[in-house]
Ligand binder design. Structure first.
Ligand code: HEC
Length: 394
């Protein structure tokens, strides 16, 4: 019994190793992106994200040259406390530090038996002393990228620095109003919500009506209609862009939310109806027949039986439709464009044609990921069940 369990574990080992490897391959770049999004611009441009795990610059040099007398944290010699900001203030650059290192203290060389470090090393040590004493206030992590992305700041410094010094450009107010800046991700987030929520609710509502009719109501041409619907799924979305946008132009729907709701609803419907019908059709027939015998109308059967029973299917449909619309760029680009920029559209605008501003891209990417991630984790169990919907009868 025990032996069996062990050998079973062992035989599963390769699978586990491969799974862990796959997870690492997927996760490491994402973690890197997340860490990068919290780093200051200068750091992003000079070092890789993995260097945050390394000791600060000059740490090694300080340990080899200075720690033997000044101690690891610099405070061993009380008359020359290197963790004291006032003292280090005078020796913060190698220009002033080098003379001090090569002079004599009480007839002995400052460095004792150790060689005097060269110019570059001294500069690193000075940098480390600035960190140690707290003169250097730059931090490893900052929210600036997120603030700049949300407010759509396009300057040479950061939104906070510009607002603090009062040199902000004309389109910034330096208060909550900036979140509504049409060039920022904050506004785009709201626009994305405005596009996605109705574009998810409408198709699901309509498709559950239709699916009920297809599975439990008898009418002429039911099979033909359903076959047509399944067939409609092969129509590629791209093919319809031009005719639909010409139609929208005549109706004045281009660049409006209503237009894009209509489009997403239209394109979400065939699959939604197909999936819902498969699900509703697999519910036990006796259930509905006994309900009808008891005098239930179709409306009662729909609201009291079909809907409560198909919550898992509805939820998974909602997740898929939501993710699809949220991540869609093509339709939003064609029908909304810059009128009501959505997240996917605005991300592309973060980087200028000269390539500057890509540090904002990392933050922007996470801003656009956050909602799908919350929804995914919150509704995880429906997600898996939805993948199986219709494949097992039950
Ligand atoms: C052999 C021991 C020794 C080593 C190694 C040493 N120091 Fe010192 N350092 C001293 C002593 C002792 C003083 C105190 C002098 C005093 O009290 O005036 C001092 C003072 C200082 C001062 C105060 C300013 C001055 O000139 O009096 C600075 C800054 C300083 N050290 C930096 C460094 C740095 C940076 C290193 C490493 C590159 C280093 N020291 C390595 C012994 C050492």
């Amino acid at each position: 019994m025990k032996k069996n369990a062990v050998s079973k574990r062992l035989s599963n080992l390769p699978v586990h190793v491969i799974l862990i490897l796959l997870c690492a391959i997927w996760l490491i770049p994402t973690i890197g992106l997340l860490i990068t999004s919290f780093r200051p611009v200068q750091d992003i441009n000079t070092t890789g994200w993995w260097t945050i795990f390394a000791k600060p610059q000059g740490y090694e040099e300080y340990q080899t040259y200075c720690a033997s007398c000044h101690g690891e944290d610099g405070s061993l010699i009380s008359s020359a406390d290197l963790s004291d900001a006032d003292l280090v203030q005078d020796y913060r650059r190698s220009i002033t530090l080098t003379p001090s290192l090569s002079r004599e203290i009480d007839g002995e060389p400052h460095m004792g038996d150790l060689p005097v470090p060269d110019e570059d090393t001294t500069a690193s040590i000075a940098a480390y002393m600035r960190k140690l004493s707290g003169i250097d206030t730059t931090t490893k992590f900052t929210l600036d990228n997120y603030i700049d992305a949300l407010t759509g700041y396009r300057g040479n410094k950061t939104y906070r620095a510009d607002c603090a010094s009062g040199t902000q450009s004309l389109d910034l107010h330096c208060d909550i109003r900036d979140l509504a800046n049409p060039r920022g991700m904050g506004r785009a987030f709201l626009n994305s919500l405005a596009v996605t929520i109705p574009s998810t609710i409408f198709p699901i509502l309509i498709s559950s009506f239709a699916a009920y009719a297809f599975s439990w109501m008898d009418f002429k041409g039911r099979q033909w209609l359903f076959a047509l619907l399944v067939g409609l799924q092969v129509v590629p979305l791209q093919m319809t862009l031009i005719p639909v946008s010409r139609l929208f132009a005549q109706l004045g729907l281009n660049g409006t939310f209503q237009g894009i709701w209509l489009f997403h609803t239209g394109f979400g419907l065939p699959y939604a109806i197909y999936m819902m019908r498969n699900f509703l059709g697999s519910l036990p027939r006796e259930l509905f027949e006994s309900a009808y015998l008891d005098g239930a109308s179709h409306w009662t059967a729909f609201t009291k039986l079909a809907i409560p029973l198909s919550v898992p299917a509805l939820a998974s449909l909602a997740i898929f439709q939501f993710l699809w619309v949220w991540n869609d760029l093509l339709v939003a680009l064609v029908f909304l464009g810059g009128e009501h920029p959505v997240l996917t559209y605005q991300i592309g605008n973060m980087v200028t044609s000269l390539g500057s501003g890509w540090h904002l891209l990392t933050a922007a990417a996470f801003i656009s990921m956050i909602l799908p991630m919350i929804i995914f984790f919150a509704l995880q169990k429906y997600f898996v069940r939805g993948l199986l919907a219709g494949s097992v009868k039950g």
